[in-house]
Design a protein around this ligand. Structure first.
Ligand code: ADP
Ligand code: MG
Length: 432
């Protein structure tokens, strides 16, 4: 070893110095995680509007959200005194102590969304609270107000504008510009939120660089019927092929939950599955449940194996951990495997029933041309096929033990597969 080499070896053995990152760097790194792309900003803003008890939420987007995202609501507004700290990190009106997380009902609680947006974009807030003669407008950068709030005319509620998203994150901006526009994702998000929050009217439109606002791509009105809302948002043909579904369990030793929703029948044929899932009113993803349902469809309705599913699951709030993901895209549930299995059984039963009633309907039509199609709807499944089981058998067993039945053949597959992939997916393995 010559001198130089010895020197190099010594240098590389020295540990690098650890230094404290500047706060602005920390904040910008964290912001990039919460606001991953334009649609994440829209989600956070709309959830804030929902938390503010709005009944109308309107979204305007320019250049896939990179130029402009504007969310206006008619909610309770923001107090003048709170404007100074509104966009600082970890400032929130929704949580005060850690234990509150157990019973949190609001969408937000981390106090990070608005702050994050000010680190990666230019945020302007216009808001008015009840009983005030005028509102205030103020812009923020890096968590702080750029100047004192200015009085201005305002309509009830809050309007938040995010401009030039990722102006200071060149790499992020470039990848986003190269990939397809986030606008479709934004429309998809609002469609999902709209069919769950049926007491809120949503709209979403994009404005071109040269043209004014286009026709709204999502436009929902407040209604009391979920199916009406699905019809408005997803169209007549989707709504027409939906069946209501419910499942529940109330046994603390297995699982406690209530699910209700809509699932598509054999008439719904699509290129890809749509699964709109709300758990305790949060829009979340649950790949285990999605897969479990798709397996049932593939086995029972192979031609309509890409279903449309809307499900709302309600559990005791202490059974849900909402703080597992910075964007709250996933939650973990107590006894998730059991819940998934129960819902899977309910879907399987429903599909088999609808399949049987279709078969029966065809048979009736074939044997007696005068019979009316309408009556087949009222027929009870137990009256249908000669091979159908007694209703005394518990529903899930009834579905899974008949090995001669085409749907029953699923049994062997379901016994092994779902358990295997549930265990594989660690973020969803949630039995505490
Ligand atoms: P979080 O939602 O987690 O509390 P945010 O950064 O999203 O954090 O928002 C900070 C606070 O700003 C909220 O707690 C809420 O009090 C207020 N706020 C944000 N958006 C609105 C809105 N559209 N209407 C009324 N208040 C809002
Ligand atoms: Mg929020």
């Amino acid at each position: 070893m010559d001198d130089k080499e010895t020197e190099r070896a010594e240098v590389s053995l020295e540990p690098p110095k650890i230094q404290r990152l500047e706060e602005s760097v920390v904040n910008r790194i964290a912001a990039g995680e919460v606001i991953q792309r334009p649609v994440s900003a829209v989600k956070e803003l709309v959830e804030n509007s929902l938390d503010a008890n709005s009944t109308s939420i309107n979204v305007v987007v320019k250049d896939g959200g990179l130029k402009l995202i504007q969310v206006s609501d008619d909610g309770h507004g923001i107090r003048y005194e709170d404007l100074a700290i509104l966009c600082e990190r970890h400032t929130t009106s929704k949580l005060s102590k850690y234990e509150d997380l157990q019973s949190i009902k609001s969408m937000g609680f981390r106090g990070e969304a608005l702050a994050s947006m000010t680190y990666v974009g230019h945020v302007t807030v216009t808001t008015i609270t009840k009983g005030q003669l005028h509102g205030y407008r103020v812009s923020y950068r890096d968590g702080l107000m750029e100047q004192e709030p200015k009085p201005c005319a305002a309509v009830k509620g809050t309007q938040i504008m995010v401009e030039n998203l990722f102006y200071n994150m060149i790499a992020r901006k470039k990848t986003l510009q190269n990939s397809s526009d986030d606008y479709t994702k934004i429309v998809d998000l609002l469609s999902r939120l709209a069919i769950h929050h049926i007491n809120v009217g949503f709209s979403c439109r994009k404005v071109g660089v040269y043209h004014g606002a286009a026709r709204a791509d999502v436009h929902s009105v407040t209604t009391s019927s979920r199916l009406d809302s699905i019809r408005t948002v997803y169209g007549v043909s989707v709504a027409r092929s939906l069946m209501n579904i419910e499942a529940s369990d109330n046994d603390p030793s297995t699982s406690v939950f209530k699910m209700d929703g809509f699932i598509s029948d054999s008439n719904y044929v699509a290129k890809k599955a749509t699964m709109v899932l709300f758990i305790n009113d949060r829009l979340v993803e649950c790949s285990a449940l999605k897969r479990a349902i798709e397996i049932v469809y593939t086995a029972t309705l192979p031609k309509a194996s890409k279903p449309f599913i809307y499900m709302s699951i309600v559990l005791p709030s202490e059974h849900v951990d909402v703080n597992v993901h910075p964007t709250k895209r996933e939650v973990s549930l107590l006894n998730q495997e059991i819940i998934v299995e129960k819902i899977q059984s309910a879907v399987e039963l429903k599909l088999r029933q609808s399949n049987e009633s279709v078969t029966y309907q065809e048979q009736t039509v074939a044997s007696s041309p005068s019979s009316s199609l309408g009556t087949s709807k009222e027929l009870q499944p137990k009256l249908l096929s000669p091979g159908s089981q007694s209703q005394k058998v518990p529903v899930h067993k009834m579905v899974r033990t008949d090995s001669l039945d085409p749907a029953g053949r699923l049994h062997a597959y379901l016994q092994t597969k779902p358990h295997k992939h549930l265990a594989e997916n660690s973020s969803l393995t949630a039995v505490r």
